[in-house]
Design a binder for this molecule. Structure first.
Ligand code: HEM
Length: 437
C-alpha cells in the first residue's frame, strides 16, 4: 500500500511535469469568460500535500470577483469548471435548470469501475444521473420531509437530555463545556440513521459505538489522497487505490442490503424512512404528493426521467442510502457547529432567536413542522434547503429552548476555519459553554 502510494507520487509528479497541459492557462477566454487562477490561495504543492484543499481556491475566486461578476472559469486539474458567485444564478442552476447541469464537480477518483460507489448520486453523470435523481426526488417533497420531523424531535429531546445530564454532573450543576463538532455529529448521525434505515443508532448516548465510528470513517477522507487521485486518475485506477474507506462503506452497504431484503419480503412493519420509500417506489406503491400539494420550489425542481426503461435496482437504492452519510452527515454537522459558535459570539442574536423559538415550542418540548417553517428570524440565521434546513432548524430550536450558549475560555474569536475534506471545517477542538436555562 505505502509502496504503491509512493510510486504514485513519484511517477505522477514526473508525468505531471512532463505532460502539464498548456491549453488550460486561459481556456475560458474562448467563451468570453474570465478565468481565475486559484493557485495563490492554494498551490499545487499545498493541495498535493493535503495542507490545503480546493475550498481555499473557491474562497479566493469569490473574493476576486467584483460585485457585478456573477461567475468565472477555473481549472481544477484535469477539469474545467465554472464557479458561480451570484446566489440567484446558483439557485436557478440548482433548482429550475438542474436537469441541464447533469455532471457534478468530481472530487475524487473511483478506481474500480464495477464498484457500487459509481452509483452514488453525486458521482453519477448524464442520463444515468437524471434517471436516478428524478426517481428518488419524490422522497424529498415537503410531504415526505414532514415525516422526518418526528425523529428530529425524538432524537433532539434525547440529545438535550444527555447534555443536561452532563451539565448536572458538573461542579456547577448547571454548565458544561463541550466540544461542539463531536456533539452535533451525534445528533446528525442519529438523524440520518433513523431517516435512512429506520435504525436507532443511539449515538447521543453511546458516541463510541461501531456505527458512530463507521460514520466518521466514511465521512473522513484523506485530503492529499484526494488531490493526488485527481491529478493522476489513471495511476490510481491502475493500482486500485481507494479514496473511500471501503470497510466502512461495506459496513453500511450490508446494513442497507439486509434492511432492503427484509422490507421487500414484507417481514417488517412499515416505517417512515428513506429505505421504505425506496421499497414503495420499487414496488410502484409510493404515493406521490398531488400537484396541488407540491410547493412552488418542488414544481420548479421537478425533472422528468427521460428513459422509461430505467429500473430502480437494489444496487442503486443501496448506493443512494449510503450517499446520505457522505452528503448529509458532515455537511450538517459543520453547519450546526458554526451556527452555535456564532450564536455564542452574538448573545443578542441568540436571545432574539430563543424568544422566537419559545413562542412555538409545544408543552412536551417538541416543535411542529409547520411552525418551525414559519420562523422569520430563524430563516435569517439559518440558511439551507429542504431536509438539511428543517433538520438544522430543529437542532437549533431544541438547544436554544434549553440552553444558553457562551464562548468557553478556550474559544477563539474569531474562529479559524480548518481546510479539509472539501469543506471549511470548524476546528475539532472548538469548545463552547452550555448552561441549562
Ligand atoms: C447544511 C447541510 C448541507 C449542505 C451545505 C449541503 C450542500 C450540498 C451541495 C452544495 C450539493 C451540490 C454538490 C455538487 O453539485 O457537487 C449537495 C448535493 C447533495 N446533497 Fe447536500 N448538503 C447538506 C445536507 C444534506 C443532507 C442532510 C442530505 C441528505 C440526507 C444531502 C444530500 C445530498 C445529495 C444526495 C446530493 C447530490 C444531489 C445530486 O447530485 O443530485 N445533503 N449538497
Amino acid at each position: 500500500m505505502w509502496f504503491a502510494l509512493i510510486a504514485v507520487i513519484v511517477i505522477g509528479y514526473l508525468l505531471y511535469k512532463l505532460l502539464l497541459p498548456s491549453d488550460t492557462k486561459n481556456f475560458w477566454a474562448q467563451y468570453g469568460i474570465r478565468q481565475i487562477d486559484g493557485s495563490p490561495a492554494a498551490s499545487e504543492k499545498e493541495l498535493l500535500s493535503g495542507k490545503k484543499d480546493v475550498t481555499a481556491r473557491d474562497g479566493y475566486a469569490y473574493e476576486q470577483l467584483s460585485d457585478n461578476e456573477k461567475f468565472c472559469g477555473m481549472i481544477e486539474s484535469p477539469y474545467k469548471m465554472i464557479f458561480i458567485k451570484d446566489l440567484e444564478l446558483a439557485k436557478r442552476i440548482f433548482i429550475r435548470d438542474f436537469g441541464y447541469f447533469t455532471n457534478r464537480r468530481q472530487f475524487f477518483v473511483i478506481p474500480n469501475k464495477d464498484s457500487i460507489v459509481n452509483k452514488l448520486l453525486n458521482v453519477l453523470k448524464g442520463q444515468e444521473w437524471k434517471n436516478v435523481r428524478s426517481t428518488i426526488s419524490p422522497a424529498f417533497t415537503t410531504g415526505k420531509i414532514r415525516r422526518y420531523m418526528e425523529s428530529f424531535n425524538s432524537i433532539g429531546k434525547d440529545w438535550i437530555e444527555v447534555l443536561k445530564e452532563k451539565a448536572n454532573d458538573s461542579s456547577t450543576k448547571k454548565s458544561v463545556i463541550i466540544k461542539v463538532l463531536p456533539t452535533v455529529s451525534q445528533f446528525t448521525t442519529d438523524v440520518i440513521a433513523t431517516g435512512v434505515f429506520g435504525f436507532n443508532a443511539g449515538t447521543v448516548r453511546n458516541p463510541n459505538s461501531t456505527f458512530a465510528t463507521m460514520v466518521t470513517r466514511l465521512a473522513t477522507m484523506n485530503q492529499w489522497k484526494i488531490a493526488l487521485s485527481m491529478r493522476f486518475p489513471s495511476l490510481f485506477k491502475l493500482l486500485g487505490i481507494e479514496i473511500i474507506d471501503m470497510e466502512a462503506f461495506t459496513f453500511f452497504q450490508n446494513i442497507v442490503a439486509q434492511g432492503l431484503k427484509a422490507r421487500m419480503s414484507g417481514d417488517t412493519t412499515k416505517r417512515n424512512d428513506f429505505l421504505q420509500m425506496m421499497v414503495e417506489l420499487k414496488k410502484g406503491e409510493l404515493k406521490s404528493d398531488g400537484k396541488e400539494e407540491l410547493s412552488s420550489f418542488e414544481k420548479d425542481a421537478e425533472m422528468k426521467a427521460e428513459k422509461s426503461s430505467f429500473v430502480l435496482t437494489d444496487d442503486i437504492i443501496n448506493a443512494q442510502s449510503v450517499t446520505f452519510f457522505f452528503a448529509g452527515f458532515s455537511t450538517t454537522s459543520n453547519f450546526l457547529a458554526f451556527v452555535f459558535y456564532c450564536l455564542a459570539a452574538h448573545q443578542d442574536v441568540q436571545d432574539k432567536l430563543r424568544e422566537e423559538v419559545r413562542k412555538i415550542v409545544q408543552k412536551d418540548g417538541t416543535f411542529e413542522y409547520d411552525a418551525i417553517g414559519k420562523l422569520v428570524y430563524m430563516d435569517m440565521v439559518c440558511c439551507g434547503m429542504r431536509l438539511a434546513l428543517v433538520e438544522s432548524k430543529a437542532a437549533i430550536a431544541h438547544v436554544l429552548h434549553n440552553f444558553r450558549i457562551e464562548p468557553a475560555p478556550t474559544t477563539k474569536i474569531p474562529v479559524e476555519g480548518v481546510s479539509g475534506s472539501l469543506q471549511i471545517l470548524p476546528p475539532d477542538d472548538l469548545e463552547l459553554k452550555f448552561t441549562i436555562l
